[in-house]
Design a protein around this ligand. Structure first.
Ligand code: APR
Length: 210
């Protein structure tokens, strides 16, 4: 973790764009902090209680303030805990984004408990919720790859493929952005996205910001 933090602070920001269709783009960006994103929505790697936690969940609740937790409490009162692979939206409080879409990733236990399907569902469901809200842009962190222990290389392939497929089918959404917190996760998401683009014969471009 220490090495991951050091590389995050020293690495130059990197952006890769994959053109899914003339008006739909998948973006891989990092190292970066998703709480600073200006997309219409950001996705939170929550737990089923929706009561906040550490990692990106803690960062989003801290940056957004109490309005997010109040909305989460109302959702749990109304419909109970959020199952893994599902997604719900709340307002984003003080964040630059207008909405937070909370999803619950799978806890990695070796890959024999439908973890890839659940992780894919996190992306598909979050994009469905964003599209229902008629949003144009949404940003994802690397769901399940922290506390929940999903190996980043495996998670990246599932995340990219499921998000790209869902984006291609969305009615309103125009951009899905992955914001990776550290260089290690960024490299795996870049590799997964390039492989996806090559296999699907999609155009891509890449740049380093200064
Ligand atoms: N911006 C972008 N990514 C971030 C940020 C941030 N500000 N902070 C952390 N991350 C990254 C982590 O480095 C990791 O790559 O998000 C990824 C997901 O890690 P976790 O936040 O631990 O999420 P997850 O593995 O899905 O575990 C969820 O952790 O915080 C609790 O309540 C949460 O119980 C739930 C569990």
């Amino acid at each position: 973790m220490r090495l991951r933090q050091i590389t995050r602070m020293t690495a130059a920001p990197h952006v890769l764009r994959i053109f899914i269709s003339p008006d739909r783009t998948l973006v891989i960006a990092g190292p970066g902090d998703i709480t600073r994103e200006t997309t219409d929505a950001i996705v939170n790697a929550a737990n089923s209680s929706l009561m906040g936690g550490g990692g990106v969940d803690g960062a989003i609740h801290r940056a957004g303030g109490p309005a997010i937790l109040e909305a989460c409490i109302a959702i749990v009162d109304r419909q109970g805990r959020l199952a893994a692979g599902k997604a719900v939206a709340t307002p984003a409080g003080r964040l630059l984004a207008k909405h937070v879409i909370h999803t619950v990733g799978p806890v990695w236990s070796g890959g024999e408990r439908s973890e890839p399907g659940t992780l894919a569902s996190c992306h598909t469901e979050s994009i469905r919720v964003a599209d229902e809200l008629q949003l144009q842009t949404v940003a994802f962190p690397a769901i399940s790859t922290g506390v929940y222990g999903y190996p980043v290389d495996l998670a990246a392939n599932v995340a990219i493929a499921s998000a790209a497929d869902a984006l291609a089918q969305a009615a309103h959404l125009r951009e899905v952005r992955f914001v990776l917190f550290d260089r290690y996760s960024l490299e795996h998401f870049l590799n997964a996205a390039k492989t996806y683009a090559v296999n699907k014969s999609l155009r891509m471009d890449s740049c380093h910001a200064s």
